[in-house]
Write a protein that binds this ligand. Sequence first.
Ligand SMILES: Cc1cc2nc3c(=O)[nH]c(=O)nc-3n(C[C@H](O)[C@H](O)[C@H](O)COP(=O)(O)OP(=O)(O)OC[C@H]3O[C@@H](n4cnc5c(N)ncnc54)[C@H](O)[C@@H]3O)c2cc1C
Length: 237
Amino acid sequence: MDFALTPTQVEFRDRARAVAGKLAPDYQARERAGRIDPELRRAIGAAGLIAPEIAVALGGRGADRVTSGSNQGPDHLLGAEGKGFTQVMQGFDFSRALIGLQCIGTAQQSVDETWQYVSTREAFDRPLSTNQGVAFPLAEAETQLAAARLLCLRTLWLKDTGQPHTTEAAMCKWWAPKVAYDVVGQCLLLHGQFGYRTDLPLEQRLRDVLGLQIGDGTAQIMKLIISRQKLGRELAP
Ligand SMILES: Cc1cc2nc3c(=O)[nH]c(=O)nc-3n(C[C@H](O)[C@H](O)[C@H](O)COP(=O)(O)OP(=O)(O)OC[C@H]3O[C@@H](n4cnc5c(N)ncnc54)[C@H](O)[C@@H]3O)c2cc1C
């Protein structure tokens, strides 16, 4: 399997990184204010990315949802008429691997920060990291994230090479957000009361990856898909 990025993918990654660099400095303040500066939003759009505001009721802190209920007519069709369901399902086989990677990225950042934190915070005159009970959960997290990342990359590789990947996409969707939730939760606990506070991003991340266990299909539905792919509809739940 060749996971090397194509020049187009490298260009897109760098563009996304540049946007992330603009977003990162005031991230917490924007979250608290519950809004994103329209100029920044336009810059994100100009880079070919989207920045929807997620409604508070859906776990976000923004104001609006991106939605379209209007009938645009036949000249606005995005694909062949009557093929929308298939098209959307194929989209899910892609987005589920991406959601997996999104959650893994969130969890990996939390683990990186937590290694740093436990190496510098002292209790009883020695760094927290010198306790197995502190270091081993992070070692386990590194292992689980490495495995989940590989699963997501393999799914995208199968897609890129035109091979079936519905089962693998469903595996990414139920497992990676669950691993990420457990890992971010562990990182939060290792920060003690600071982890629980809103001035660190850990509690927000925990809520974000929890939402991604539900959005785009729950674990039960993913396991239903895997079972049906393996057994066929007759024998599966
Ligand atoms: C953060 C977030 C973002 C979202 N983004 C979008 C979006 O962009 N677009 C969109 O259309 N929707 C979106 N959703 C909605 C999401 O897709 C649905 O909430 C999700 O598919 C579950 O559907 P439901 O809430 O109706 O739960 P239900 O279908 O009522 O299910 C409730 C529980 O029962 C279980 N269950 C249901 N049926 C079965 C079954 N046959 N066998 C076993 N267990 C079952 C489910 O797994 C779940 O645990 C989002 C949700 C969240 C939380």
